[in-house]
Design a protein around this ligand. Structure first.
Ligand code: SF4
Length: 324
């Protein structure tokens, strides 16, 4: 029987993956094109919705900086590593990481809706095979686990059919209380939150927590917020984590607008992460001191629940390190 391709998948297939086409779309000059990196290992992958938010004719746009490979990435200081947060050491199985007590991170896919240039997992040697049988067996056997974090890659890259099957396996692990999503997918393709996915969420017996990743208020347009609110209406907690990035969100007014938009939409700012020092990302780094200044600014203007925790992840530590 013919199966129609979901709308979100059709949209994803129109992502920009060729730099020359994106450069033409953005009206970049020849001089600006020279600053792009044409052959990065972590390839260009950018949904049209995000590309349309980029100001034309400049490289100094906060959306562009997050997604477009630049020559700067090629000059990486030695303290910027392939695996800055110790993922490989925490790997219990190909797709399962266990760092923190009671929680484990399952990576059912390596695919993302977009490729973020600062991603700490951009060099991760993902397992290409589909299926998570070995990982699910380990989860089933470890009754100390109460929460599974679905990350990747982006868990919303899974089809609804694959998600249903994964949910069924997790539901059989009676010691699990929660499934947490870490996803950036709806920021680029909000159509991913379709009726089939919402039904899966509504019917799942374990609690679901939905953590998005948004760094700039321009990412949060009306369609994105409406899609997220449809999840919130199911009683699922919505949280956001950001990464503090130079030239993207290291200004007071940007952080304030981001947090205000989130709170106004029922999404709580959860973490503001200092950059993980992954190879190729040094041009994004913002100091801890600057991070504290931004938090102090937000504290004077927002309710406590509207201010994210400033944090850093350190390899081998039993929790994130809270700076504030
Ligand atoms: S969406 Fe998340 S996992 Fe995917 S590239 Fe961006 S930061 Fe990395």
């Amino acid at each position: 029987m013919h199966r129609s391709i979901p709308l979100w998948r059709q949209i994803q297939r129109k992502n920009f993956t060729r730099l020359d086409q994106l450069a033409a779309f953005l009206n970049l000059t020849e001089a600006q094109k020279q600053e792009l990196w044409g052959q990065p290992r972590f390839v260009l992958n950018l949904p049209l919705r995000l590309a349309q938010k980029i100001e034309k004719g400049t490289l100094d746009d906060p959306i562009l900086r997050q997604f477009v490979p630049l020559q700067k990435e090629r000059h990486s200081p030695p303290e910027f590593k392939l695996d800055p947060v110790g993922d490989l050491t925490a790997r219990k199985c190909q797709k399962l990481l266990h760092k923190y007590e009671g929680r484990a991170l399952l990576m059912p896919t390596q695919a993302c809706a977009m490729h973020c240039r600062y991603c700490f997992r951009q060099h991760f040697p993902y397992e290409k095979e589909s299926g998570c049988e070995d990982e699910l067996k380990l989860i089933q056997e470890d009754s100390s686990l109460t929460e599974i974090i679905l990350s990747g890659g982006d868990p919303l890259s899974l089809s609804n059919e694959a998600m249903q099957s994964l949910f069924a396996s997790l539901a059989r692990c009676k010691h699990l209380k929660r499934i947490r999503f870490h996803t950036r997918f709806p920021i680029g393709i909000p159509e991913r939150i379709d009726s089939g996915l919402l039904t899966l969420f509504k019917d799942h017996p374990q609690q679901i927590v939905f953590v998005i990743h948004s760094n700039h208020p321009r990412e949060l347009d009306a369609d994105v917020l409406s899609a997220l609110q449809s999840i919130g209406k199911l009683g699922i907690p919505l949280l956001n984590q950001s990464v503090l990035l130079k030239g993207v969100n290291d200004q007071e007014e940007t952080q304030l607008a981001l947090c205000q938009t989130l709170v106004d939409s029922g999404i709580l700012p959860y973490y503001l992460h200092l950059l993980d020092r992954v190879e190729g990302s040094s041009h994004f780094e913002v100091s801890e001191k600057r991070g504290l200044e931004l938090i102090a600014y937000l504290q004077k203007r927002l309710a406590g629940y509207g201010v994210p925790r400033l944090a850093r992840e350190e390899a081998g530590k039993p929790s994130k390190t809270l700076i504030y």
